[in-house]
Design a binder for this molecule. Sequence first.
Ligand code: GTP
Ligand code: MG
Length: 437
Amino acid sequence: MSNPYQQALGQTLIDRSIRERIVLVGVIFDGHDEEETDESLDELARLIDTAGADEAARMTQRRAAPDPTFFIGKGKVQELKELCLAVDADTVVFDNELSPGQQYNLEKLLGRTAIDRTAVILDIFAQNAHTLEGKAQVELALLRYKLPRLRRGISEAMSQQGAGIGSRGPGETKLEVDRRKIQDKIVKLSRDLVNLHNNRREQAKSRSRSGLGAVSIVGYTNAGKSTLLNHLTNAGVLVENRLFATLDPTTRRLSLPGGEPVLLSDTVGFVKRLPHGLVESFKSTLEVAVLSDLLLHVVDSTSVDPQGQIDAVRLVLKEIGAGDVPELLVFNKADMASEAAEQMVQLHQGSVAISAVSGEGIEKLLQTIGDRMRSITAVVELLVPYDRGDIVAAVHREGEVVSTANEDDGMRIRARLADASAGRLSEFVVSPRKDVA
Ligand SMILES: Nc1nc2c(ncn2[C@@H]2O[C@H](COP(=O)(O)OP(=O)(O)OP(=O)(O)O)[C@@H](O)[C@H]2O)c(=O)[nH]1
Ligand SMILES: [Mg+2]
């Protein structure tokens, strides 16, 4: 399947006709240790593998700050060139974001394609986007990434060299035309996404009217989010041992033991240093998390750095405006790492350990979700007509009334209500906790 970027420009970021050989480059900045950089490069290697290429070698350099021209030192670039020759690699990937200028300078000196982590992640997203909205979001992010990187000359030189991630830029004469094309396309895509976004908001509105609580599964990529959704609801969502298998949210109804049914949604996974443009483009898809009553934050207990993954996920949640949504940490894959999972549960009060595969801990998880949902309340304001004593009674029964005032067209009640109750009474709610309109 051709990716959206190909559809837009007749080009590709990663050539999948061959498995490219790639040299990874990492920088150990002051205050960071070698191990950290190594782990990050291991993750980059997994990203590259997911994108369809192989790691041929890796290189690191200690630096206080990035070199403005090449990111690494000029001498090191020379070394990198020799390494590429020795291992027969056509592409280098930097673990850090390169500026368009640095990328250009590197490609010129190396005579090969130089890209960064962002480009690799964008490429994987391009491969995995399936719905209209997902495709539009990825394409927008790709075009925004590519626009400042269109250059005269270099791309022609690169295209003569042959295949490679991002190697084939537009030719000199086409440059202005391409730039214009991309700009037009960005405008169009942004407009399309606003429409899709509005549709999604409408759905969220009707969902909130349905009175069901909303729970979203969030977490680092490959943590087991889709596996959990499938286990709980038989959703049949694609589960794969690869990064970013899920890009489009799936929502299913889930009945809690002795409690209300809730709507449970799977979401796109996060990764450290997720490109900002991508987060921006996926805001609409991720809104399901923002509008949730509770987030199930799934963590892979077998990971070498679960806390680092938790922090990375929380950072993105904050960025999309879901930083204040109540969170329940779920340490998954306990079947493979029971000790690590238990240790994490000890460290994080109120969290649970589960295995979405074997089912252990699931009962406890469901109970905890039920408890948390019942305790989640917010102050809402209702205006109830005087002939609806039943509603006034329901508010008193289901919530805690903060204040009442008699007005011309009814009784104004401020009450602390669970979201599910507020949803059921939404007809009378005048100021809901969340603006879903
Ligand atoms: N052993 C074990 N493996 C699991 C468990 N949960 C998920 N996995 C495996 O972990 C891999 C990733 O699972 P997914 O459910 O696709 O993960 P995800 O979080 O949805 O990943 P993305 O959508 O790519 O972000 C798959 O190979 C699953 O079979 C678990 O509890 N135990
Ligand atoms: Mg998934």
